[in-house]
Ligand binder design. Structure first.
Ligand code: GLN
Length: 250
């Protein structure tokens, strides 16, 4: 049985909105394909596992982010090398912000980031809260939608030429103005979308598993065999409809 090695960064600190549910979805969808997910929980002071196929980090309040930021920033070179080496990443909200260069919180404190994503984030007065719908094209010609929930004070600014994860159809996204959401560098994805994200967007879970498998095998990514996702598609449709009806109107 093929094993996919996952490094789950700071599960005890960065896990709001049940973000750890994303790991459960990855594990179950891997199991349905006869694959195994080996998840290592990585806390402060613990080494960054060499050879991980997928890194995952969830969201958190400013207080929790401040507790782990220095430790995460010190992993910057290892994480950047892992991404250059083809490892996959899913970073959500507070974790996404701290994989950029820095996050300046509402008190003005600047939390250092790991420098994986070409962006920085500055907290604003008003929180951006609500349902979100994005249009993405992770594979050329394959337009898909992502539906989720956002709650952040941070306004994320991508560097010129940086690639967003998607275009905002409904919701605030990175900054409530650019029309962009998230960021992509190779197989590394950052997003503000909670929910958790993957139960209502199974295609993204499969895309991440395919990237992680490609890292493991050294071969180009291949789409995984489809699964009967009727329930997931209903969850996606309900979430997407809610976003269309009220996303982005704080
Ligand atoms: N604390 C960060 C912010 O407010 C991230 C919040 C989150 O992870 N939901 O922007």
């Amino acid at each position: 049985m093929t094993t996919i090695r996952v490094a789950h960064l700071y599960p005890d600190y960065l896990n709001i909105y049940a973000d750890r549910g994303n790991i459960a979805v990855l594990a179950q969808r891997a199991r349905w394909r006869g694959l195994e997910l080996e998840v290592a929980a990585i806390g402060t002071g613990e080494p960054t596992p060499a050879g991980a196929d997928l890194f995952y980090v969830g969201g958190g309040q400013d207080r929790e982010q401040a507790l782990i930021a220095a430790d995460l920033a010190a992993r910057g070179p290892a994480l950047q090398a892992a991404v250059e080496g083809g490892a996959a990443v899913l970073a959500v909200c507070g974790g996404y912000q701290l994989l950029g260069r820095f996050y300046r919180d509402r008190q003005g404190a600047e939390l250092p980031g790991a420098g994986v994503f070409p962006l920085h984030t500055v907290a604003g007065e008003r929180r951006m809260i609500g349902d979100v719908l994005l249009e993405c094209e992770l594979e050329p010609g394959e337009r898909r939608t992502l539906a989720g929930f956002e709650n952040h004070a941070g306004r994320t600014h991508l560097d010129p030429g940086a690639r967003p994860l998607g275009r905002v159809v409904a919701g605030f996204g990175n900054d409530g103005a650019s029309g962009c959401e998230g960021c992509r560098v190779g197989r590394a994805l950052g997003t503000y979308l909670h929910g958790p994200l993957l139960p209502r967007n199974p295609w993204l879970a499969d895309w991440l598993l395919a990237q992680a498998l490609a890292h493991r095998s050294g071969e180009p990514p291949r789409p995984l065999d489809p699964l009967p996702d009727e329930l997931e598609q209903v969850a996606h449709a309900v979430s997407a409809e809610r976003a269309r009806r009220r996303g982005g109107r704080g």
